[in-house]
Ligand binder design. Structure first.
Ligand code: SF4
Ligand code: ZN
Length: 319
């Protein structure tokens, strides 16, 4: 097949729009979507400092590559932040991939480790907190601490915006999951753009939200970008996997479904945000000073629980 734009050999067919793309025009397709998303929501202003959260996985690495390319034409500062949760055999590999890519692109890279800031790696936490029935899932600790540490890193590094590698599939999956759980309030707080909810919360942007996962994988392959494709050993979100499979099936039968869902979300988001984004009244956590709706933030609560349990364990071992 021939590229719909230039007639050269096509390497990709975008079913949702019925067009073929050669390598050059495929790159333009993906980069153009990122550019338009940034412009549409005024995600980055000239001269701002953007911190891109890079895990080493395909989405965040591709995002760093595209942002590094964009900053040549549209001046803004770019630094990469990697959170190392301490997951043996998984995160150590991807941190290295993140580091190599940042070096290749000449992007300043900072690694923030759970061990240094929380006191425990995720592996240690799971071990200390015992069997699954007696604790929350590993992803709960991980997610809360990662958000906390990313915000801390962004503040320390003087970052204006935190760029996250969430793609079209992620956005639509989360949209549907929240709808199915009846959690409409959350939908009003995590939309296409973030109002500044609290001065201590660094605004998060999602420049990849219009790029399908499939195109990110292909972009990495075609441009010889090294990414880590392994899966976290704690990943067990069955509900999300079901939604993902169902969405892929719908997209197959009705090309464009994912984009239509995203458009629907974008249309109702401003209405939801009016009601729910204002509802959050944030204080400063009494322990760490980060924004929280209560007195002590969830990250500190988790950290105290793990610390207490580990001290009890040590105590019972020495008895
Ligand atoms: Fe953390 Fe869960 Fe993601 Fe693994 S799958 S990195 S434990 S949130
Ligand atoms: Zn706290």
């Amino acid at each position: 097949m021939k590229c719909s734009k230039c007639g050269r050999e096509a390497i990709y067919f975008a079913r949702y729009e019925g067009r073929y793309y050669c390598h050059k025009h495929f790159n333009e397709l993906v980069e153009g979507k990122v550019k338009r998303t940034i412009r549409k929501y005024r995600m980055i202003k000239r001269g701002e400092k953007v911190g891109v959260a890079v895990s080493g996985g395909k989405d965040s690495v591709v995002l760093m590559h595209i942002l590094a390319k964009l900053r040549k034409k549209f001046p803004f500062e770019l630094v990469a932040i990697t959170i190392d949760e301490g997951i043996k055999g998984y995160r150590d590999k991807s941190v290295e991939v993140a580091r190599k890519n940042a070096e290749l692109l000449g992007v300043e890279h900072h690694i923030y480790r759970f061990k240094d800031f929380i006191g425990f790696t995720l592996d240690e936490t799971v071990e200390i907190m015992g069997p699954r029935e007696e604790r929350v899932g590993a992803c709960s600790y991980c997610g809360v601490w990662r958000r906390w540490l990313l915000n801390k890193a962004a503040e320390e590094l003087g970052v204006d915006k935190l760029a996250l590698g969430l793609n079209l599939d992620d956005e639509v999956q989360v949209f549907l999951m929240n709808l199915m759980r009846g959690d409409v309030a959350r939908l009003g707080r995590t939309g296409p753009y973030y109002e500044v909810i609290h001065e201590g919360l660094v605004p998060r942007i999602k420049p990849l939200r219009e790029v399908p996962e499939k195109e990110i994988v292909l972009y990495a392959v075609l441009n010889n970008i090294e990414v880590d494709l392994s899966e976290c050993p704690y990943a067990t979100e069955a509900f999300r996997a079901e939604i993902r499979d169902w969405l892929n099936e719908m997209e197959e039968k009705h090309p464009g479904t994912k984009y239509q869902l995203l458009r629907s979300y974008d249309k109702i988001f401003p209405l939801l945000a009016k009601t729910y984004a204002k509802e959050v009244k944030l204080n400063r956590c009494k322990i760490c000073g980060q924004p929280t709706s209560g007195e002590i933030c969830k990250a500190c609560q988790f950290r105290l629980q793990v610390k207490e349990k580990s001290e009890n364990l040590k105590f019972s071992l020495t008895k």
